[in-house]
Design a binder for this molecule. Structure first.
Ligand code: PLP
Length: 412
């Protein structure tokens, strides 16, 4: 018999399963509220205008080196622009650029997933953390990534189901009373997936204070910078606040360009590790350690997506266009939140629905129950995760009334 005949079972990926079931459904009114990808008001994918312009520029340049290998650590010019977008996009820019730059070790990764993964492996090998603290709930892949890295996972409370709100006190209490020195705290920089609920600035300050006081290591997952509010600086506010704290906090950022540049399949991303001491020697040592992992796993990140991001961020005109593109995407999401809310209210749908408009980013935690979700799928062909998470970008002016009628029916 094969030595692989009795492998431990692996649960299939719910999001990708859901997309498969949706595509196999021939019902004309079917609605896909599963996948975390942006869709236009016609339900179509949208190559950003800034991305299309960058592609044209690249085609015109016809660089014979465009298919060459990148260096192991990645494209240095891209990495500087990526780093500056995270740490210095605020109105005040860098506090002290020369010193600040010496604190940040950056490498290019296979998008946000790769950044999370390379970061997790690096910390598993080189940090003193005993545990990683993960929000309950979180993006499901965080569990897979940290399981594979071999770091013990602990959950901190995040969501209060009773009123669909942020369990700030529960989170602080867990970190304050149970986390141990050097433990890693995984934080969503903005547009928390799956709940759509972010801490306020005052709450972020309190989280920074606990991390500082307890010697915890914040690990920011930044997958929606600019996509959430429309403003890249606003969406990186918490990272910049943590970065500026004195004494300095050691931390890291996994940065994705999938959603904010619409480059999902191109796998553009970066990982930045921030040390407390500004030192070229320490920084270069961290880059070397990260490069070692990268070399052994995939040699270097792909270059097409990162070259598009670089072309846009290098150009003032294209950056302005990108900011407009962010407004288009975040604006449509906000409008669809309001439409769904208004339709539910118009129907006198039982329950409170203000959380739909108060949440931010691609996702909304609806508060619907498993039987209600099943009912929506069987009777109305509306596809969503069993947690009740919906992807707002699956809503359009044409289907929002249908979805509201269905939800109103399901909760009766
Ligand atoms: N982190 C979070 C919280 C996400 O929601 C996602 C995408 O859904 C990612 C990271 C990474 O996505 P990608 O690997 O496409 O950059």
């Amino acid at each position: 018999a094969s030595q692989f005949a009795s492998l431990p079972p692996v649960a299939s990926d719910e999001v990708f399963d859901l997309i498969g079931a949706y595509l196999a459904d021939a019902y004309p009114e079917r609605v896909n509220l599963g996948a975390g990808v942006y869709r236009t008001a016609d339900g179509k994918p949208w190559p950003l205008a800034s991305v299309e312009q960058a592609e044209k520029l690249q085609q015109a340049a016809n660089d014979p080196g465009r298919h060459e290998y990148l260096p192991i650590a990645g494209d240095q010019e891209f990495l500087k622009l990526a780093r500056d977008l995270v740490f210095a996009s605020g109105a005040s820019g860098w506090a002290d650029q020369k010193t600040d730059e010496l604190r940040i070790a950056s490498v290019q990764t296979v998008s946000g997933t790769g950044a999370n993964h390379v970061g997790a492996l690096f910390l598993a090998h080189h940090s003193k953390a005993k545990h990683v603290w993960i929000s309950d709930p979180t993006w499901i892949n965080h569990h897979t990534i940290w399981e594979l890295a071999g770091v013990e996972r602990r959950l901190y409370p995040y969501y209060k189901a009773s009123d669909c709100s942020f369990d700030f006190d529960g989170m602080i209490k867990a970190l304050d009373e149970e986390a141990e020195r050097n433990d890693i705290v995984l934080l969503h920089a903005c547009a928390h997936n799956p709940t759509g609920i972010d801490p306020s600035k005052e709450q972020w300050k309190a989280i920074a204070e606990v991390c500082q006081r307890k010697g915890l290591f914040p690990f920011f997952d930044s997958a929606y910078q600019g996509f959430a509010s429309g403003d890249p600086a606003e969406d990186a506010w918490c990272i910049q606040y943590f970065f500026e704290q004195k004494p300095s906090i050691e931390m890291c950022v996994a940065q994705s360009f999938s959603k904010n540049f619409g480059l999902y399949g191109q796998r553009a991303g970066a990982f930045h590790l921030v040390t407390s001491t500004p030192s070229a020697e320490i920084r270069d040592g961290v880059v070397a350690g990260l490069s070692h992992i990268i070399r052994g796993e995939f040699s270097m990140a792909p270059r097409f997506g990162s070259s598009i991001v670089k072309t846009i961020l290098q150009s003032e005109a294209l950056t302005t266009q990108w900011m407009d593109d962010l407004q288009v995407m975040s604006g449509r999401i906000k409008t669809m939140r309001e439409s769904l809310y208004n339709e539910l209210i118009k129907l006198n749908t039982p329950g409170t629905w203000t959380h739909i408009v108060n949440q931010i980013g691609m996702f909304s935690y609806t508060g619907l129950t498993v039987p209600q979700i099943k009912y929506l799928r069987e009777k109305y062909h509306i596809y969503m995760l069993v947690s009740g998470r919906i992807s707002i970008s699956g809503l359009t002016p044409k289907n929002v009334e249908y979805v509201a009628i269905a939800i109103n029916d399901a909760v009766q």
